[in-house]
Design a protein around this ligand. Structure first.
Ligand SMILES: [Zn+2]
Length: 337
């Protein structure tokens, strides 16, 4: 199913910390600049117009990790087997860790990245749990991609009412649980207290249920039910997500009513649905997109345009995105059960 594009949803998201946030730099990176705290925020070199300089950012893998872990938690509350235990020992591969639902052993059909070729893909998909079908495992590619989130430009941040990035150094100690004495520290933590980061989250060839599960995880993160980064247990790492826009694109098999969220169940041909075990979704893998609210700002959005690679592109903005996400959240529960 990855060989062809049926649908694609691209979220343009701004992320703003609600409580101090620390995404730790990797081992060794701190040593580059001796003036940075012991545990400093991860940085990257960015060019822009002037000299390249070091800037804080949020790696896509950090966001992906927290969204996947929460999606798995949601799945397990509805149906324990819907998300596999990602870390079981594989006896055939000298005890290496692999997702529980990933087919055992290596297959001769695998491509360079160790994933099965198209011939084996439908089988691997059917054997994988609901979480792995969306986020991937060693046998099937992920349907979701998270870009790195970089600091928004000064103009964009000011328009959102966010000041220049604010960081602060805090002090932490580790307490020995037996003696109650300080086991390690004090050490310095560099947290970001306010900043606006922007990036993309993209999902392709999804069912409406898979879109809904991603939506539920993103909304819970934005509403403060999930924290990210270091110090979650002490209240660090709560963030707000601002959904700037959502672009929905459909491949050549777009149905006649484009103002809907269409899942692969209504877009892929019958033989593909059969191979992937998705036949029960046919005819009802879609969701109406509510008409934009009456204000003039959103009235022009949600319109259909054509793009060369895609038959149809629909763009939703701001509150329209959030209302579609909220509407979609119930769909994963139906699909999992
Ligand atoms: Zn799995």
């Amino acid at each position: 199913m990855h060989g062809r594009l049926y649908n694609q949803a691209t979220f343009h998201i701004a992320l703003r910390p609600r409580t101090p946030l620390l995404i730790k730099a990797g081992q060794g990176q701190e040593a580059l600049d001796p003036t940075l705290p012991d545990m400093s925020f991860v940085r990257t070199l960015r060019g822009g117009t002037g000299e390249p300089r070091e800037e804080i950012f949020i790696p896509g893998s950090s966001l992906r990790g927290v969204v996947r872990a929460h999606a798995e938690r949601l799945l397990r509350t509805v149906k324990p087997g819907a998300a596999c235990n990602p870390l079981v020992r594989d006896p055939q591969k000298s005890g290496t860790l692999r997702p529980a639902c990933s087919p055992e052993g290596r297959n001769e059909d695998e491509d360079d990245e160790g994933r099965q070729s198209r011939a084996g893909a439908p089988q691997a998909y059917q054997q994988s749990c609901y979480a792995c079908r969306l986020f991937g495992n060693t046998s099937i590619a992920s349907r979701v991609r998270f870009s790195d989130f970089f600091l928004a430009g000064a103009g964009e941040a000011a328009a959102a009412g966010v000041p220049a990035p604010l960081t602060e150094t805090r002090y932490g100690v580790a307490i020995d649980r037996v003696t109650g004495a300080v086991a390690h520290g004090p050490f310095e933590l560099e947290t970001v207290t306010d900043a606006l980061f922007t990036g993309l989250v993209e999902v392709r060839n999804f069912t409406v249920g898979q879109f809904g599960l991603l939506a539920a995880a993103l909304l819970d993160l934005s509403d403060g039910y999930v924290a990210m980064g270091y110090g979650k247990s002490r209240g660090l790492g709560l963030v707000e997500l601002i959904f700037l826009n959502l672009k929905l694109r459909y491949g050549p098999r777009t149905p006649l009513e484009p103002r809907r969220l269409w899942g692969v169940g209504d877009l892929a041909p019958a033989e593909v649905l059969e191979a992937y075990g998705l036949r029960k979704l046919a005819q009802h893998d879609h969701l109406e997109i509510d008409a934009p609210a009456g204000d003039s700002q959103t009235a022009s959005s949600g319109e259909l345009t054509t793009a060369p690679r895609f038959l149809a592109t629909i763009e939703l903005k701001g509150e329209q995105v959030r209302s579609l996400l909220e509407k979609a959240t119930s769909r994963w529960v139906e699909e999992v059960q």
